[in-house]
Write a protein that binds this ligand. Structure first.
Ligand SMILES: [Zn+2]
Length: 479
């Protein structure tokens, strides 16, 4: 059992952010948030803790004054933030990080991406690579991550193993692709693709959950995108999805102009791109749609109707010149939106970087007079405020993954997926104090609001001191 004592920030919805200058959180040995008291004064901490430990409800949960409770007291410049949710990334593409920016999507796939993914046929290479990938992703703060694997079953099992053993909450999918790739990197038939997908689902379900909570690693059905899947494969994936109505699905949609026109050519009977997935029963609650840069009005309405979510990947959208997603518009319509690093279309596995690029995307859109909205009182056409940006990275992402009742913010009964963010002051130990980011430090009179803003806009992995998933520390440089 652990008690955290320190400032806290989280969101309740896209426009409501809560700051507490000093909170006390009790985390059960199962990683559940048992109690929270916000805005405590510093001279009443001990007294408040004693009251909480003697509270009848908390005692029923196993808390007592004489119990074995670890106290974690945050230092100056530190605060608790919900764990980040990365709703879209590609584990086999990590060796390509920070290269390939000269291409647009279709050439980028052919010239750098498919060759990198093909290497995963070597399962030993997969184990070594994926250990490194998960370790690095966790260091950037995503406590939950939606991973695309390669086409290979064994390699993708290795990815699920690594998430499981590192203690990361994850959705792991084997890519489905039976056409429009290279001769040596394509599945031989729809049947082969489906059988391997079923085998992966079965395998991930055997990974044991934590002692008393639900599994951390989930399978996710992963057609790469409509172009790479024959009608027969999409049909089979649709029936697989209907056999598993709660299972998550991830794919790409409306990323780039050439991709959209090729999709229309391949599926002339579909009303539009979103309609292709809908036709095959793949657009539903729990579907995570990567990019969504150029959705038409009809598509936006359909996505909302089906209760699918959108993974906004602004770093990738800029890097391979795909476009800009109208996140404000989607949120105004009540569509669930989270952030995705989309490595290696995006060049960094950093959600903080993605937050910064999501902000820039909204600012560019706000400077574009052609964007008009019937929801003028909403977020469309405006720069996204701090509350929205933090929401996208945390609770918004959780809702895209249908995990909003479990994680995403600090609420009694939820699992404690959290970061200890650190913005050290001037001076301090070591190189620039704490994690050593020279670009950001707190000033004497900073409020918590200012500190959070500094973290979001000047921070990187060096400002993420500790990473907790379900109460267990899984990464970070803090002792
Ligand atoms: Zn992607």
């Amino acid at each position: 059992m652990q008690i955290f004592i320190g400032p806290l920030v989280h969101t309740l919805n896209p426009t409501t952010i809560e700051y507490s200058s000093l909170s006390i959180l009790g985390i059960s040995s199962n990683g559940i948030i048992d109690f929270i008291t916000n805005n405590v004064t510093s001279d009443s901490v001990d007294r408040t803790i004693e009251t909480l430990l003697c509270d009848a409800e908390n005692m029923k949960k196993g808390w007592s004054k004489d119990g074995n409770v670890a106290r974690i007291v945050l230092k100056n410049g530190e605060f608790l933030c919900p764990g980040f949710v990365d709703t879209h990334t590609h584990a086999p593409q990590f060796p390509n990080l920070a290269r390939g920016q000269q291409y647009e999507l279709m050439d980028w796939l052919k010239c750098v991406t498919f060759p990198a993914e093909e290497r995963l046929k070597d399962t030993e290479y997969a184990s070594v690579l994926y250990k490194e990938v998960v370790r690095r992703v966790l260091a950037f703060g995503p406590t939950t991550c939606c991973y695309y694997g390669s086409l290979h079953l064994e390699a993708t099992k290795a990815l699920a193993d690594e998430c499981h053993s590192a203690g990361q909450r994850a959705f792991v999918g084997k890519c489905n692709m039976d056409r429009h790739s290279s001769e040596t990197y394509v599945e031989p038939s729809p049947l082969h693709s489906i059988q391997a997908t079923e085998a992966l689902i079965k395998y991930i379900h055997t990974l044991s959950p934590l002692p008393t909570s639900s599994p951390l690693v989930h399978p996710i059905i992963t057609p790469r995108f409509a172009i790479s899947c024959s009608d027969e494969l999409l049909k089979s994936l649709g029936s697989l999805a209907s056999k598993h109505p709660q299972m998550a699905i991830q794919t790409h949609i409306s990323e780039n102009a050439k991709e959209i026109s090729f999709t229309k050519e391949l599926f002339p009977s579909a009303p539009h791109y979103a309609g292709v997935y809908d036709m095959y029963g793949l657009l539903r609650k729990g579907t995570v749609l990567g990019h969504a840069c150029h959705l038409s009005e009809e598509e936006i309405q359909l996505v909302k109707q089906r209760d699918a979510g959108i993974a906004h990947c602004p770093t990738s959208n800029f890097n391979i010149r795909s476009g800009m997603a109208r996140v404000g518009c989607y949120l105004d319509r009540g569509i669930k939106v989270g952030l995705g690093t989309d490595c290696s279309g995006g060049y960094a596995p950093s959600i903080l970087r993605t937050i910064q690029d999501a902000c820039i995307t909204s600012k560019i859109l706000s400077l574009t007079p052609t964007i008009s909205s019937q929801f003028t009182s909403g977020l469309e056409g405006k720069h996204l405020p701090i509350s929205t940006l933090l929401h996208l990275a945390t609770l918004g992402g959780a809702s895209v993954c249908c995990l909003e009742d479990k994680i995403g913010n600090f609420v009694v009964g939820k699992e404690f997926d959290a970061l200890v963010a650190s913005v050290p002051g001037a001076g301090g130990e070591g190189r620039f104090g704490g994690g050593g980011n020279p670009g950001v430090w707190y000033q004497e009179n900073d409020t918590l609001e200012t500190l959070v803003e500094r973290f979001m806009f000047g921070g990187d992995d060096r400002n993420i001191k500790d990473v907790y998933v379900c109460g267990r520390k899984v990464s970070g440089w803090g002792q």
